[in-house]
Design a binder for this molecule. Structure first.
Ligand code: AMP
Ligand code: MG
Length: 474
């Protein structure tokens, strides 16, 4: 029996067959090899990490064997890509291989990414390259540790086959977990096909399992989706995370960070930061993210227009900015330890960001170093910067009677800098060095503490890794 103690439940197949295609995984590659597995993610679904050393684990989480008691499936969805209706997309390289009822009662999707072609692969190969799988594996755990809602990563398996992108690259299969992988695009798919009854079925399915307090209240549910999305984006902005491809098919109906591609944590602060090399217009630039999420919610609202009255949709959409601002302000005040609400706080925050942008100061360290020596913080703003000195003096006065002892639990020392992800990728690809991957994995899973010997990973890139380019090709 290969179910690793999981309590499997075919939940998605309660929906009619037009929502998915039942199919086994393709068994990509030969003799897949487990590179890393995540005990924290295993715990979420009630799996004993001892299962990692069972050869059946690698078979299952590479798609070479099924989980007993579940029929794998690929989901259909559509979406708007870069602002344009793209028509049908779907799980082109993802496969739902299980849904597990966790010990705490939560339902979790177990999904393989890169396990081969599906009817939704279009002209692509259903594969994932190692480099992007490592990036997703590390980043979903980094985000979770920062307290930002996200899909999780259970396992990283080398498929032992070449995958062809611009050049041949090693392939991988990533196992990700989420309460659900349903996207805005699932709803758009049926709405734009003129199938409002399917939209209703899907909404009721989502509400019943994931929003049980809102059963029968479609308008209230949409309002909750708006709120979760606003708060998610506020979380991204507060840690300097740029997603890179905020198409509606990459937007989670549960407000999770979903589909890690050309994402980037900002290093030198630049509000217009574009992490995706292929996003020439900068549609998904860092400072565009709050507005783009609203645009995406409007596309979702349109898809729900047969279900929820127009007035209610507009009211919910209008609440987005309020939710976003409230959460963003709370997060930024927390980063600076401004717990008492005082006039001038917004200006203090705004002035800091302006200073950071001018000096292209490191985003993460500009907050983290506030709790250290003044000299280390000032150093981020150039050799002698009177504006930074003046700001710091004002900040020290403002926070004289604040308790700043908890700041190091709010401002991370480590985020998944691009160059750090690249270090893990090169270690694995060039040297089969899993120890370095493991070190970086542990560091992003515990980003607030210091990790002896890994101080360098908290710093901006060394010169030879400062010009990395990340694109959609993955
Ligand atoms: P993404 O830009 O990764 O969010 O993907 C957009 C769409 O393209 C989704 O339907 C994906 O499933 C599909 N897709 C991306 N890469 C591949 C691939 N290598 N093989 C099959 N489908 C893919
Ligand atoms: Mg996607």
């Amino acid at each position: 029996m290969s179910d690793f103690g999981l309590k499997l439940e075919n939940h998605y197949t309660r929906l009619p067959g037009e929502f998915y295609t039942l199919m086994p995984a393709e068994k990509v590659g030969v003799q897949p090899r487990l590179l890393h597995a995540n005990p924290k993610a295993a715990a979420l679904v009630g799996m004993d990490p001892a299962a990692f050393s069972n050869p059946a684990f690698t078979q299952v989480f590479s798609g070479h064997a099924p989980l007993d008691g579940f029929s794998p499936l690929a989901m259909v969805y559509s979406g708007h890509q870069f602002g344009v209706w793209a028509g049908q997309l779907g799980d082109g390289r993802a496969l739902l291989i299980g849904q597990a009822r966790a010990p705490d009662g939560a339902l979790w999707d177990i999904q393989l990414k890169g396990a081969g072609e599906t009817p939704y692969s279009r002209r692509a190969d259903g594969r994932a390259v190692m480099r992007s799988s490592i990036r997703e594996y590390l980043c979903s755990e980094a985000m979770a540790a920062l307290g930002i809602p996200t899909t999780r990563a259970l396992a990283l398996v080398a498929s032992n086959e070449q995958v062809y992108r611009e050049i041949p690259e090693p392939g991988a299969v990533l196992t990700r977990l989420a309460p659900s992988h349903i996207r805005f695009g699932h709803f758009e798919h049926f709405f734009h096909a003129g199938r409002p009854e399917q939209v209703r079925l899907l909404a009721d399915h989502v509400i019943e399992e994931y929003f049980p307090d809102l059963v029968g209240d479609h308008a209230g549910w949409f309002g909750e989706v708006v709120k979760r999305t606003a708060e998610l984006i506020a979380g991204w902005q507060s840690v300097g995370f740029a997603h890179g491809v905020m198409n509606t098919d990459n937007m989670s109906i549960l407000g999770l960070t979903l589909d890690y591609g050309p994402f980037g944590f900002m290093e030198a602060y630049d509000p217009g930061f574009i992490c995706n090399h292929t996003d020439e217009q900068g549609r998904y630039a860092f400072d565009m993210q709050p507005a783009i999420a609203h645009w995406n919610l409007r596309a979702l609202a349109y898809a729900l227009s047969s279900l929820v009255a127009k007035d209610a949709l507009i009211t919910a959409l209008d609440s987005y900015e309020r939710h976003y601002r409230a959460r963003y302000r709370a997060l930024m005040c927390a980063k600076l330890g401004l717990m008492r609400d005082e006039p001038g706080d917004d200006m203090l925050i705004g002035n800091l960001l302006t200073l950071m942008a001018k000096a292209r100061a490191d985003y993460t360290l500009s907050f983290r170093n506030l709790s250290g020596e003044d000299i280390d913080w000032l150093h981020l703003f150039g050799d002698a910067n009177p504006d930074a000195e003046a700001w710091l003096a004002r900040y020290r006065v403002r926070t004289e009677s604040e308790d700043l002892s908890g700041l190091d639990k709010v401002n991370p020392r480590y985020v998944l800098r691009n160059w750090v992800a690249e270090t893990a990728i090169r270690a694995v690809e060039d040297r089969g060095d899993i120890a370095t991957l493991d070190r970086i994995f542990r560091l992003v899973q515990a980003p607030f503490q210091t990790h002896d010997g890994d101080e360098a990973f908290a710093a901006p890139p060394p010169p030879e890794l400062s010009d990395l380019e990340v694109s959609c090709s993955s």
